[in-house]
Design a protein around this ligand. Structure first.
Ligand code: TEU
Length: 522
């Protein structure tokens, strides 16, 4: 059964605006919501249907907004609630939808609930909103189990009790400043319901749900079989995530969201078993789920095909449109993942064309349309908690979050009026600004605009693809409208014969598709 094939989101191009990094309107060096509003004409010209905003709620910003201290207010750094109202109105006037990030797995340690839990002490009702446990070993000096935090180190922190002595431990799958909520406690859902209604009534068009495979924990909190982060896949072997109880939570969320039939929910689901993944997309759960297989695939014809086939199979099992994403604020930018430099950029453009040829929903991460690479930042500017939590062995995600270059020859490239941007911008981005690419044939920006325009013009993208026989290293699939997408992941040119080329990610060479390029032909 297909869920709402005619819904506005079922083949939308979403643009992920990381609000700190999109555009700064007030000169404090941090992007904000009025900055996003200022960029709406640019986004309309790019052709996107909807925005996903990373969290903008009140937050001490230990994890840049994923540590929420008041889920029903906008942080002053982003411009407060009025700025959001302005953005919603201006976006809707351009037919662009606004979706917000929602963080139900945890709160900030500065949320009034957590502060009350610390003050009230063991056994209190206040502690029941989080996951407090006694430690193991003599006098509880060791954590209650062996769970590790996604950001490194133990997933437990011991608190000092109101009497001044060390006492219970609390669970945090991420930073210690992000205590996990206890989803067994009905108050937790009641509060989320208030939050959902609050934003929906303000006019937002849906939510991206953070760690949608988290929230529910197995009874007894059994140990992990391995605590080697490199080995973890967040699947059935990992008791921290994807516990069956999570589906009741999604059903509860859907019941509330159904009161606004146009609204969409998109889960962040780091689950790679297709059947498990599809469960999140049953008709009474989420509308859409992020499938991260393309993010994980190398630039290799077999890997890309497998990622596409599996994503389509999972979506098919669920009867929900597939979703495609090459990057986001948590992973290295694809230009760098594919090798960096000119080759990395060529491959990123080729993969963008592959992604935009596929049925379903596409997510473009801000800066992807400019061909931005990851940035090697010096130690002293790193802000991602991963850096300290990993004892400075993992550099974290700051390198993919550097602000967008808009114009000019030197940092801050029109992003802000302050040179002191929250992360430094590399001088070499002078060549990649919006102004440098705007209207320039062959630029990455013009390439994205054209590809998105062509995608919108294709009325029948279907629900699957037809694979065509190809030589090794080449990928070709055809949509129901007869348009074929070809990807050349070999190191030699591939002839395109006499076919009509609608768009290519790189100029053809004597009629051939060069290596590291893709084309749509009809
Ligand atoms: O990410 C959740 C999550 O599971 C990721 O940390 C993922 O495992 C990792 O990035 C894989 O490389 C979400 C947000 O997207 C992230 O920015 C937050 O830090 C995190 O939740 C905590 O809220």
């Amino acid at each position: 059964m297909t869920q709402s094939p005619d819904a506005w989101w079922s083949r939308a191009v979403f643009y992920q605006a990381y609000p700190r990094s999109f555009r700064d309107s007030n000169g404090d060096g941090v992007g904000d919501l009025d900055g996003v509003t200022d960029g709406l004409d640019y986004l309309a010209r790019l052709g996107v249907d909807a925005l996903w905003l990373n969290p903008v709620m009140v937050s001490p910003m230990a994890d840049h907004g994923y540590d929420v201290a008041d889920p029903r207010d906008v942080d002053p750094i982003f411009g407060g609630l009025d700025a959001l109202d302005r953005l919603i109105e201006a976006a809707h006037a351009r037919d662009i939808k606004i979706t917000m990030d929602l963080v139900p797995n945890h709160t900030s340690s500065r949320h009034p609930w957590f502060e009350a839990a610390l003050a009230a002490g063991p056994g209190s009702a206040q502690r029941e909103r989080y996951v407090f446990r006694e430690g193991s070993g003599d006098a509880g000096i060791h954590p209650p189990n062996n769970w590790v935090s996604v950001f490194g180190g133990p997933a437990w922190t011991r608190v000092v009790e109101p009497d001044g002595n060390p006492g219970e431990w609390y669970l945090h799958l991420f930073d210690p400043e992000q205590p996990d909520l206890n989803w067994e406690n009905p108050e937790v859902f009641d509060d989320l319901e208030k939050t959902l209604r609050f934003w929906l009534e303000r006019g937002v068009d849906g939510f991206r749900i953070d760690v949608a495979h988290g929230m529910s924990k197995p009874p007894g909190l059994p140990d992990m079989a391995t605590t080697d982060l490199a080995m973890l896949s967040h699947d059935s072997q990992d008791p921290r995530f994807n516990h069956d109880g999570v589906h009741d939570i999604h059903r509860g969320i859907r019941t509330v969201v159904n009161d606004h039939p146009e609204a969409v929910t998109i889960g962040e689901i780091w689950v790679f078993d297709n059947e498990d993944f599809a469960k999140y997309l049953r008709p009474d759960e989420l509308h859409l789920g992020f499938n991260f297989r393309l993010v994980r695939a190398e630039f290799d014809a077999i890997e890309v095909r497998e990622a596409i086939e599996n994503s389509l199979a999972a979506a098919d099992l669920a009867g929900s449109p597939p979703t495609w994403t090459l990057s986001n604020h948590d992973v290295d930018r694809e230009v760098s993942r594919y090798g960096g430099g000119e080759i990395g950029l060529a491959r990123a453009r080729a993969m963008a064309l592959v992604m935009l040829a596929l049925p379903g929903v596409v997510f473009v991460y801000n800066g992807e349309e400019l061909g931005l690479p990851n940035v090697d930042l010096p130690d002293e500017v790193l802000q991602d908690p991963v850096w300290e939590r990993s004892d400075r062995t993992e550099r974290g995600r700051d390198g993919c979050r550097v602000p967008m270059p808009w114009s000019g020859e030197a940092p801050p490239f029109g992003f802000s009026s302050s040179p002191d941007t929250w992360l430094p911008m590399p001088p070499e981005w002078a060549a990649l600004t919006v102004a440098k690419q705007d209207g320039v044939e062959g630029s990455t920006l013009e390439f994205f605009r054209r590809a998105i325009e062509l995608r919108h013009g294709r009325t029948d993208l279907g629900t699957g693809v037809e694979w065509l026989a190809t030589p090794t290293g080449v990928l070709a699939f055809r949509g129901p409208d007869g348009v074929t997408c070809l990807l050349n992941a070999t190191d030699h040119p591939v002839p395109l014969s006499d076919e009509d080329v609608l768009i290519s990610s790189a100029p053809l060479v004597r009629g051939d598709l060069p290596p590291n390029a893709a084309a749509w032909v009809s």
